[in-house]
Every structure is written in structure tokens, then in C-alpha cells.
Design a protein around this ligand. Structure first.
Ligand code: MRU
Length: 320
């Protein structure tokens, strides 16, 4: 099953806002519908956002073929629908570069981005599983954060793809999914995907992660990224930094799995990245709240970054 695809002239996505209660497919026919789906997190996760951005431009190219002003405006709205994951603007810009060749070329370019993400997932799964075994032995107990499965890519996933691969190899002694407040991508989505794959797991509240590591119940933290900066700083779901601190304190590896499409060498450090603020309403109805959706994990807390082409050993001074 693909999280996102182009089917009969529209973008089809799995609506991630209603999982795990309901498996609903949405058909998006307009740029407005696509942007609404991105902003409500019906489609989410950095690689899937890159594909969504490219398909959004393909939709715009069909509707506004004779109106360059409207087309430019649509591309800008897609690129900026969410600020933090580099993939969204990058996917939209790659597709937009094909606009002079016509709508069919734009759609072909968008499908190529989808296919690249599928191939990248497969490559990360085996590369990442090899690294986990190298660092932790062949029966690791892993902790993951947010959702990094097929739902956030197109199929397979990033960090969760590695978890799935270790499970297939019979080399997984346990998985803890931290729930990922406030929208519960871990408790709702990661748990749903692991159950479908037949991977036994437990959900922990986010604040329990560092304590479980300190108690010796986790051999490595493995998670994804929305943007990887030139110095190796990792932007990912809020809560990631706490897990990195917990891992460092416990002396266990902190492994980031993300495709090359998430590596952003034009951004020098995490301090240069706009962190999405999703507003108070998602957190509480009782009082005012601050709700940053992502955080920055300094590169000196990262052991390794696994992409579809490289293992970058940040702990040995290597850079993206
Ligand atoms: O707000 P979301 O759900 O889009 O955030 C997603 C994450 O933070 C994922 O961990 C990230 O995109 C990595 S998946 C490769």
C-alpha cells in the first residue's frame, strides 16, 4: 500500500488524521485540497511531503496551464504550506522546474520523486539494519519517536523501515514507540504500522524515554529527520532532543535515518531552520500553550546518520 500516489488524475493519500480508527483514502483534486491535507497532517512526514509537493505542482500545472501568474502563486503556496521539512519545498521546486515542458513532464517528474523515495526507503532499511547490528549486536532493543514508517514516505519508511528489516532478519529484541505528543504519531501511527507488520512493541509516554534508557532497557534510539543541516544538526519531531540527551547520558547510540532528499547543505546549522509552531489548540483547551512542532538535536549528540547512499559517522567527525 502506498501512502501517497497519483491515481486517475488526482492525488490519493491515506488520511493519517483518522488512523488507527479508520483506514480512509482521500482523493485530492485541487491545490487547495492538497494544501489543506498537508496542513492538517492528513499527509505528513518529510519524504511524503516531498512527494506531495511535487504532485501538488502537477495538479497546478493541469489547472493553470494558461495562467503563469496563478501557477507561480500555486507553487509558492505549496512550497510554504509547512516550513520545517526541507522535502516539501524541494519536491515542489523540482517539479516546478519542469513547468516549461508542460503538465505531462511535471507529472512524470513528480512520479520520479515518488519512485526515488521508494528506492531510498529500501536502501536505508538494509544499510540501517547493518549499522544497528554493528553498533548494538544482533538482538537490539530499540526506541523510536514520531512516525517514520511507510506512512511518512511512500512505502517501507526511514527509521521504522530499519526496524522492519531487523524484524524480518529475526534480530529484534524489542521496540518502544514514544507516543509523540500532542498529535500522537507514535501511539497512533507507528503502533498501527508495527502491528500490521507483526512487530511486537510497547508505547511509552515521551518523558519516559530517557528514564527507560537510564534503566538499561534500550540499546539504541533510532528515528528520522525533517531536515539535516550541513553541520549534522538534526531537525525532527519535538521530543527528539530529549531522547538524544537521554541516549548520550546512557551511553547508547542515537541513530538518524533519513533519505538524501532530507539533507540540506544550504542550511549551515539548526539555528537557521524555521521551527513550525502549530499553535495552542493542539495542546490544550484549558490554558494558553506553546507548541513547537520540531526541535534541533545538536550534531555532537548524534552517533550516525544513515541515508540511502551513505553512513555518516558524526561521532568520528564526519559531516553530511
Ligand atoms: O509533523 P510531522 O508528523 O510531519 O513530523 C514528522 C517527523 O518529525 C518525522 O519524524 C520525520 O518527518 C521523519 S520521517 C522521515
Amino acid at each position: 500500500m502506498r501512502t501517497i500516489d497519483w491515481v486517475d488524475g488526482a492525488v490519493e493519500i491515506i488520511d493519517q488524521t483518522v488512523l488507527p480508527g479508520e483506514l480512509r483514502v482521500l482523493r485530492l483534486h485541487t491545490v487547495g485540497e492538497l494544501i489543506a491535507a498537508i496542513q492538517s497532517l492528513a499527509v505528513r512526514g518529510a519524504p511524503a511531503l516531498g512527494v506531495a509537493g511535487a504532485f501538488g505542482v502537477a495538479l497546478a500545472a493541469r489547472v493553470h496551464a494558461d495562467d503563469p501568474g496563478a501557477l507561480d502563486n500555486a507553487v509558492r503556496r505549496i512550497e510554504t504550506a509547512r516550513p520545517t521539512a526541507v522535502n516539501l519545498a524541494r519536491g515542489a521546486q523540482r517539479a516546478a522546474a519542469l513547468l516549461p515542458l508542460g503538465p505531462d513532464a511535471v507529472l512524470a517528474g513528480a512520479c520520479a520523486i515518488r519512485d526515488e523515495e521508494i528506492a531510498a526507503s529500501e536502501s536505508m532499511a538494509s544499510r540501517g539494519a547493518d549499522l544497528v547490528v554493528e553498533l548494538c549486536g544482533d538482538r537490539p532493543r530499540l526506541l523510536t519517536h514520531c512516525n517514520t514508517g511507510g506512512l511518512c514516505t511512500v512505502t517501507v519508511g526511514t527509521a521504522l523501515g530499519v526496524v522492519g528489516e531487523l524484524h524480518r532478519r529475526g534480530g529484534l529484541a524489542g521496540v518502544i514507540a514514544s507516543e509523540t505528543r500532542p498529535l500522537l504519531q507514535g501511539a497512533r501511527l507507528t503502533s498501527w504500522e508495527l502491528s500490521r507488520w507483526g512487530v511486537e512493541h510497547r508505547v511509552a509516554v515521551d518523558s519516559a524515554g530517557p528514564f527507560l534508557m537510564a534503566r538499561g532497557e534500550v540499546d539504541a534510539v533510532i528515528l528520522g529527520a525533517d531536515r539535516i543541516c550541513a553541520d549534522g544538526d538534526v531537525i525532527n519531531k519535538i521530543g527528539t532532543y530529549s531522547h538524544a540527551l537521554g541516549a548520550r547520558r546512557a551511553g547508547i547510540p542515537f541513530i538518524v535515518v533519513a533519505p538524501e532528499s532530507t539533507v540540506d547543505l544550504a542550511t549551515p546549522t539548526g539555528a537557521h531552520v524555521e521551527i513550525e509552531d502549530r499553535g495552542a489548540a493542539e495542546v490544550t483547551a484549558w490554558s494558553d500553550a506553546v507548541n513547537p512542532a520540531f526541535d534541533v538535536t545538536p550534531h555532537d549528540l548524534v552517533t550516525a546518520i544513515v541515508t540511502d547512499r551513505r553512513v555518516i559517522r558524526i561521532d568520528r567527525g564526519e559531516k553530511p
